[in-house]
Ligand binder design. Structure first.
Ligand SMILES: Nc1ncnc2c1ncn2[C@@H]1O[C@H](COP(=O)(O)OP(=O)(O)OP(=O)(O)O)[C@@H](O)[C@H]1O
Length: 322
C-alpha cells in the first residue's frame, strides 16, 4: 500500500543574469527563486491496483515518483510505502520496489543481459536458486531466451524494455513504478509489453503505478487514473467517470430501413448532425442521456437497421483537463 499525504516539493533555482558575463554572474549569484514542482498532493494506492499517473510535460510526475522511491525528500508532507518512509527507510523500501524508466536502462550497456542479472541479483542479495526461479517465471512471458547472451547495446528497443522489466522484477518487488515503458515501441512490441503488465498485475498481484504519455496504455491497462497538472491533482478516479465528467459528445450513426420520419422536435437531449437518405448522424452527451434512451426515441421514426457508436477519443478527454 502506498500512502501520499499532502506532499509538496519546492526547488530553489538561481535567477539567470543577463548582459555581460551572464553565465559566470548567474553561477556566482546568491539570488534565487522558488519553483513549486508538487503542491499538496494526496492519494492512496491499494495493494494490487494498476494506476495511471499522467499529466503534461513538467506537471510534476517524475518529482512525485522520486519522492515515492526515496530519491527526493518532500519539502513537506509524508509518503509511506507499506507503512515505511522511502526516505528514512530507503533500504527496506527499495527491496519492495521495482522501477523501469523507458528512457534509460538500469542494465550494463556492454555486458550480456545475463551478466547484468547476476550483478543485480548480488546487489539485492537474491540467491542463485531464487534468481533462476524468477527468470524461469518470466522467460516465456518476456521471450528472454532471445537475448540473454546479447550485450545490452545490441538489443532492439523492444528487447531492451523486456530485459529491463525482468531486471526490475528480479528481487520480486510487490510494487512497480513504470515511467514510459512503451516509449518509441512499434505496435507489436507495445502489445507484448502491455500483455506482460496485465499478467503481472492480475496473476502475480503486483501493484503498478504507470506514468506515460500514451493514452492507449492508460485506457488498456489502468483501473484508475490520477491526472496531475502544474503540481496539483486535477482528477483521480476511473476512466469511465472521467469520460462522463468531461462530457465530450458521443456520435451515433443510425441506419434505418428506408428514410426515417424525423419530427420537428423530440424529448431526449441529442442533436442531429447530418441526414443522408436512410442514415442519421446524431450527437448526444452521455452525461445527460443514455444511448438506449436515444434509440428508444428514434425507433419511433422508422425501423432501425444498424447503429454505430463513436466514443470520444480518450486522448481528447484527457486534454480537456490538461
Ligand atoms: N532538480 C530540479 N531542480 C529544479 N527544478 C526542477 C527539478 N526537477 C524538476 N524541476 C521542475 O519541476 C517541474 C516538474 O518537473 P517533473 O520532472 O516532475 O515533471 P514531469 O511531469 O515528470 O514532466 P515530463 O512529462 O516532461 O517528464 C518542472 O517545471 C521542472 O522544470
Amino acid at each position: 500500500m502506498i500512502e501520499v499525504s499532502h506532499i509538496r516539493k519546492t526547488f530553489r533555482l538561481p535567477v539567470p543574469k543577463t548582459g555581460r558575463l551572464a553565465a559566470v554572474r548567474s553561477l556566482l549569484s546568491r539570488e534565487s527563486r522558488l519553483k513549486e514542482a508538487v503542491k499538496d498532493i494526496s492519494f492512496t494506492i491499494e495493494t494490487g491496483d494498476f494506476v495511471g499517473y499522467i499529466g503534461p510535460n513538467g506537471a510534476g510526475k517524475s518529482t512525485t515518483i522520486k519522492m515515492l522511491t526515496g530519491i527526493l525528500h518532500p519539502t513537506s508532507g509524508e509518503v509511506f510505502v507499506h507503512g515505511l518512509s522511502p526516505h528514512r527507510h530507503r533500504r527496506q523500501v527499495v527491496r519492495r520496489l521495482g522501477v523501469v524508466f523507458g528512457q534509460r536502462s538500469q542494465l550494463w550497456w556492454d555486458l550480456p543481459v545475463r551478466d547484468s542479472y547476476d550483478i543485480l541479483a548480488a546487489m539485492y542479495r537474491v540467491d542463485e536458486v531464487a534468481k533462476l526461479r524468477r527468470l524461469a517465471e518470466y522467460r516465456e512471458l518476456l521471450a528472454l531466451d532471445e537475448f540473454l547472451d546479447t550485450p545490452v547495446r545490441k538489443l532492439s528497443l523492444g528487447q531492451r524494455m523486456r530485459a529491463d522489466l525482468a531486471a526490475a522484477l528480479l528481487h520480486d518487488p510487490d510494487i512497480l513504478f513504470l515511467d514510459e515503458p512503451t516509449i518509441g515501441l512499434d505496435v507489436v512490441a507495445k502489445k507484448s509489453i502491455r500483455r506482460f503488465l496485465k499478467t503481472i498485475n492480475r496473476e502475480y498481484g503486483k501493484t503498478i503505478l504507470l506514468t506515460t504519455h500514451d493514452m492507449d496504455d492508460i485506457e488498456q491497462l489502468c483501473q484508475r487514473v490520477i491526472v496531475i497538472n502544474h503540481g496539483e491533482i486535477g482528477y483521480d478516479g476511473t476512466i469511465a467517470d472521467l469520460r462522463g465528467r468531461i462530457g465530450l459528445p458521443t456520435r451515433m450513426k443510425v441506419t434505418f430501413r428506408g428514410r426515417p420520419a424525423v419530427p420537428d422536435s423530440w424529448l431526449s437531449p441529442f442533436t442531429i448532425r447530418e441526414q443522408q437518405d436512410d442514415t442519421l448522424t446524431l450527437e448526444c452527451n452521455r452525461r445527460d442521456v443514455t444511448a438506449m434512451d436515444v434509440l428508444r426515441e428514434i425507433s419511433l421514426w422508422g425501423e432501425v437497421a444498424d447503429v454505430h457508436m463513436e466514443e470520444p477519443e480518450f486522448e481528447d478527454v484527457v486534454h480537456r483537463i490538461y
